[in-house]
Design a protein around this ligand. Structure first.
Ligand code: ZN
Length: 500
């Protein structure tokens, strides 16, 4: 499904749209989520929480978005979290130097490339300003992407909006380890907003300045990186791996990947598998996924081993999760800067040590965008074309639409009664009594509501309703009284619609 179709749908149905859109000068890269978009977004977070955080026994926190400068001095962001930029001397537009070169050469420009090297490549490839076609640029300089905030009346306390959610996880680790009666390996998770002053926000939700992250940091004893009690659950599970040597991904089970040293340890393979399973639950087909191994010059500055979880879309491969072996980089940095001892002791082990960390850092809005764009379908049915979103019930904005065929002869009241009953069971219901039934089906189809219930004259006689499935458009006659359990089973994949 072309990206434009999704963006059009998003605007038409207010799934997401630019922040402060009534003001012409609002900065780009900030997004609002309307009622339906926010519901899908929240369900994506909830499913991640259920499938990954709770299933693995991780702890979840909610940290502050503004943190003091010392945190980012220790984390390395103050020194290293910068993009190379150039300005066009003719039109003054600012561009990312690496992107200009990458677009001109259709290649990847390593993150580690120096400003001098970038300037040389701009000259060598005769790069033009995308805005005015000028070829005269200023020097390449590094631009720190963190957003600074001055706290207090005198603004003397320099702080930053967090550029990633994980720093508070590192800061909270010693407290949680002491107070939560836990042992290593210990996973701590957080979802929330992060902020990066992107020079060129683009592709709507894929590169924004404020964006949602769902992050998990697993703290472990590096000597026990191959002691993973539940590894047997995933050892035969296949990952789509693309190593530095591969041109395309190949499926390989976790056991083999570890034995052949393609993935360095069981703990890493285990969490890659759990991540792939969770994103599959978002409705993303396995054959569209890959874990791409990053080369040394492509990896983030804190990572020893990195796999980018990417999904193939019509915009190319889109990174949804950064999977990084961060070693003790963060805790050691914070220990040094804060002058606190962040070492821990394990039971039955004399020596104190700083735990290592493996991270699954996922984008919420990117996941939402990719899940929607893969789910959005058009289909010819006779002379008509219909649009529908094939979202899994668990991340659909509503589980079911409830429609009275007409507003007369008690049908409206009966439909309202059914709606209330379903809501009292905790199910998400969308009620609509306006327009033809066909139009009402079309409206819920295109935002991904998987089922619809229609109350008609037969309902008034025998208590049955029409239950319709979005994808097949098939209809079944079922008893209204059985709807709560039936819909719950459909939502949680306990039965299939065709088996009703
Ligand atoms: Zn220009």
């Amino acid at each position: 499904m072309p990206k434009e179709d999704l963006v059009n749908l998003a605007l038409r149905r207010s799934l997401f749209y630019s922040a402060a859109e009534i003001y012409a000068g609002s900065p780009s890269g900030f997004w609002e989520f309307g009622p339906v978009g926010e519901k899908i977004r929240r369900k994506i977070i909830d499913l991640w929480r259920k499938e990954l955080v709770e299933r693995e026994g991780f702890l979840e926190i909610f940290g502050a978005q503004i943190l003091p400068e010392a945190v980012f001095k220790a984390s390395g962001h103050l020194a290293s979290f910068a993009d190379p930029i150039v300005q066009c001397k003719k039109c003054n537009a600012t561009h990312r130097a690496d992107q200009l070169i990458a677009e001109k050469t259709n290649g990847i420009v390593p993150e580690s490339m120096s400003t001098e090297e970038l300037a040389k490549l701009i000259k060598q490839h005769d790069v033009q300003c995308p805005k005015c076609k000028g070829k005269d640029f200023t020097e390449v300089r590094k631009f720190n992407m963190m957003m600074k905030v001055d706290i207090g009346a005198t603004g003397q306390q320099p702080c930053y909006l967090r550029p990633e959610t994980c720093q508070s996880i590192f800061l909270d680790f010693p407290r949680l380890f002491k107070t939560m009666r836990v042992q290593l390996p210990l996973g701590i998770a957080q979802s929330g907003s992060s902020f990066r002053n992107e020079i060129a926000p683009r592709n709507t939700l894929l590169r924004a300045r404020e964006f949602g992250q769902m992050e998990i940091e697993v703290f472990f004893n590096p000597k026990k990186i191959n002691e993973v009690p539940r590894f047997s659950e995933v050892e035969n599970y296949k990952l789509n791996l693309q190593t530095l040597k591969d041109k395309s991904p190949r499926a390989m089970n976790c056991k083999e990947a570890v034995e052949k040293k393609i993935i360095s340890a069981k703990l890493i393979a285990y969490y890659l598998a759990r991540a792939q399973q969770c994103w599959h639950a978002f409705g993303i087909p396995i054959e569209k996924m890959r874990f791409r191994q990053l080369a040394d010059d492509e990896k983030a500055f804190y990572s020893r081993e990195s796999w980018d979880f990417e999904v193939e879309t019509e915009l190319g491969w889109v990174e949804l999760i950064a999977c990084n072996y961060r070693t003790d980089y963060d805790l050691a940095g914070h220990a040094k800067e804060s002058k606190q001892d962040l070492k821990v002791k394990e039971e039955g082990c004399e020596e104190a040590f700083i735990p290592h960390v493996f991270e699954l850092s996922a984008g919420i809005d990117r996941t939402l965008f990719v899940a929607l764009s893969l789910a959005l379908k058009t289909e010819k049915r006779g002379p008509e074309e219909r649009t529908f979103m094939e979202l899994p019930p668990r991340i659909a904005p509503y589980l079911v639409g409830v429609f009275p065929l007409m507003k007369k002869d008690g049908m409206l009241e009966k439909a309202q009664e059914i709606e209330e009953e379903l809501v009292s069971y905790g199910l998400d219901v969308f009620f609509d009594e306006v327009g033809s039934i066909g139009k009402r089906y079309a409206r819920v189809d295109e935002v991904g509501v998987p089922f619809a219930v229609t109350v008609d004259y037969d309902t008034m006689k025998d208590g049955t309703v029409t239950l319709r499935e979005r994808d097949s458009m098939e209809q079944k006659r079922v008893k209204a009284a059985e709807l709560p359990l039936l819909l719950w089973k459909l939502q949680n994949n306990k039965i299939k619609f065709k088996d009703i």
